[in-house]
Design a protein around this ligand. Structure first.
Ligand SMILES: [Zn+2]
Length: 105
């Protein structure tokens, strides 16, 4: 299990949004909306979003993927630690009695 931590991590999702720009004579008024990618992130209770220019999309996508990989890995490590803790709890009765004898002597 090896993770190469190179480059930024980003929590969130890339989401395609269509909108009208507000200019008086634009094609978007005829229904041809402008599509832009947004990085959407839940920040505490609220959503925040950032319009992502096309040239930054690969970088943002990679950073999101990296974040998810780290999160998946953290979850696996936590499960391993949980299992080890369960095993460790099962063992000590022998150790405890050994220590008890030691203290009594
Ligand atoms: Zn427009």
């Amino acid at each position: 299990m090896e993770v190469i931590l190179e480059g930024p991590l980003l929590r969130g999702t890339l989401s395609l949004r269509s909108r009208r720009c507000g200019k008086a004579r634009c094609r978007c008024l005829q229904g041809q909306l402008h599509a832009s990618w947004y990085l959407v992130q839940r920040d505490g209770g609220r959503l925040r979003q950032l319009c992502i220019p096309k040239q930054l999309q690969p970088l943002v996508q990679a950073a999101i993927k990296r974040y998810q990989e780290i999160r998946t890995l953290s979850e696996k490590l936590s499960q391993i630690a949980w299992s080890r803790l369960e095993s460790a709890r099962a063992l000590p009765s022998r150790r405890r009695s050994a220590r008890g004898r030691g203290e009594a002597a």
